[in-house]
Design a protein around this ligand. Structure first.
Ligand SMILES: Nc1nc2c(ncn2[C@@H]2O[C@H](COP(=O)(O)OP(=O)(O)OP(=O)(O)O)[C@@H](O)[C@H]2O)c(=O)[nH]1
Ligand SMILES: [Mg+2]
Length: 422
């Protein structure tokens, strides 16, 4: 099975909670606060590897969750940081935000890494809150909770060369002759059901060849499987366009040439501009004179660079490998897909927004608030007093007053609802 688009659920680890603890030893009865901070949650990291070429593994596993940070402990022990979850994907995997459909990364090169989601921050332990006024804070901060997200992975194969042509023209045969790949070859249409990749070596240099199956007339409009696979030709630098010059299936080979090109240009204007070399296959099935006559006709009517091969006798195979390498040396690598400036893992830590409900209640929201209320323990007077004084320090009371806050008005901050008193 070939899988080149999947939806995954990913989640970074939550931060660990800070601890509440006071030092107690034989010698010190009522020591100071020593609750340690919580550890940071693990990240979600995607890693490109050349050892995979489909997204097949994701048909079983679609959920990836990084480890949560450990909670802080007594004796100022910081919680352990959560382990990252590392997701290996084939080179050429594009990561798309399922919510906005925006591309967030293009992992085009082996070893490339992308941190998609960062783990939550650990909460501070009560030791952190000790000050000259609060000698014994009996509260700590909870770890930052992070949300899960959904992404699509879409594979746009990274190959240097794409083999295109009608079914049965000998694409897989050619791939098996020039590379280490061992594709299925048979005398019927759609033998190959998904793109095969092979590495071809010439004079100590290598390039990657992809056999793109299923292209037929109407492919760009969704006929057959071709349209589905055209995205794998998008990034090739050179197209080897195979034409069965023996016309073993009764079609006109020049007609085939135009039809395939039409599909490529319908799919994308960019693809139509990709340099091509025409490869005449199955030349062993023609006599010399017949072959010559057909080639002259092609030269008159089309006039594109071409080469003759036979997968049966190996004629032209070495020449084709050398020609391909020579061509590639002059064509620059395609750049990765441009990714828009966009923070997928957006956490607006500094925002404060004030709105009013129908009954006049003031609602305070925003990233800064999320962070701040993590430390409030409602049934602890010290903690609540700390919360109130921080509301002043942070300028939130002033902001509320600007919006018309008066004595007796109700204020809602996350789960905390209180009546304002000057
Ligand atoms: N005589 C001869 N037969 C060939 C040559 N190349 C391929 N064939 C035969 O043509 C048939 C189709 O070859 P494949 O390589 O499977 O063709 P394909 O283009 O990959 O076909 P699909 O995967 O169906 O798109 C097989 O029976 C091959 O043995 C050739 O150069 N000469
Ligand atoms: Mg094939």
């Amino acid at each position: 099975m070939f899988l080149d688009r999947v939806k995954l659920m990913i989640k970074a680890g939550d931060g660990g909670n800070g601890a509440i603890s006071f030092l107690r030893t034989k010698l010190v009865m009522n020591g100071g606060p020593d609750g340690g901070d919580g550890g940071k949650g693990g990240n979600v990291v995607f890693v490109a590897t050349k050892n995979m070429n489909t997204l097949y593994t994701f048909s079983f596993k679609k959920k990836f969750v990084a480890e949560n940070g450990g909670n802080g402990d007594k004796k100022n022990m910081t919680g352990a940081n959560g382990k990252d979850v590392r997701i290996e994907v084939p080179c050429g995997t594009v990561i798309i935000d399922a919510e906005t459909d925006k591309i967030i990364a293009d992992l085009f090169e082996d070893g490339m890494e992308f941190v998609a989601l960062r783990g939550g921050e650990g909460g501070h332990g009560n030791a952190y809150y000790k000050s000259s006024i609060k000698q014994a804070p009996a509260f700590s901060q909870t770890g930052e909770k992070v949300k899960q997200k959904e992404v699509y992975l879409e594979l746009k194969t990274i190959a240097d060369v794409g083999l295109v042509g009608f079914p049965n023209v000998g694409k897989s045969t050619l791939l098996s002759c020039i590379s280490n790949a061992n594709p299925k070859i048979a005398n019927y249409h759609f033998t190959t059901l998904y793109p095969n990749l092979g590495v071809c070596e010439v004079k100590g240099q290598t390039f990657v060849v992809a056999d793109i199956p299923g292209l037929i007339e109407g492919a760009s409009k969704g006929q057959g499987l071709g349209h589905y696979f055209l995205k794998h030709v998008e990034r090739v630098r050179l197209i080897l366009h195979l034409l069965d010059i023996s016309e073993s299936e009764g079609r006109d080979f020049i007609d085939d040439y135009h039809k395939i090109n039409k599909e490529l240009s319908h799919y994308s204007a960019e693809l139509a501009k990709t340099p091509q070399v025409v490869v005449f296959s199955k030349t062993d099935l023609l006599g010399d004179d017949e072959l010559k006559a057909k080639i002259s006709r092609f030269e008159r009517e089309v006039g594109l660079e071409h080469i003759e091969i036979s997968g049966a006798t190996y004629k032209g195979i070495e020449e084709l490998k050398k020609l391909t390498l020579e061509k590639l040396s002059k064509i620059p690598k395609k750049p990765p897909i441009e990714v828009e400036e966009f923070d997928f893992d957006r956490r607006q830590k500094n925002t404060i927004e004030i709105t009013r409900e129908d009954d006049g209640t003031f609602v305070v929201e925003g990233g800064k608030i999320d962070n701040f209320v993590r430390g409030v323990v409602l049934d602890d007077t010290l903690s609540f007093a700390y919360f109130q004084s921080r509301l002043n320090d942070m300028g939130i009371i002033d902001m509320l007053k600007e919006r018309g806050l008066k004595n007796g008005d109700t204020v809602k901050i996350k789960d905390i609802v209180f009546e304002y008193m000057e």
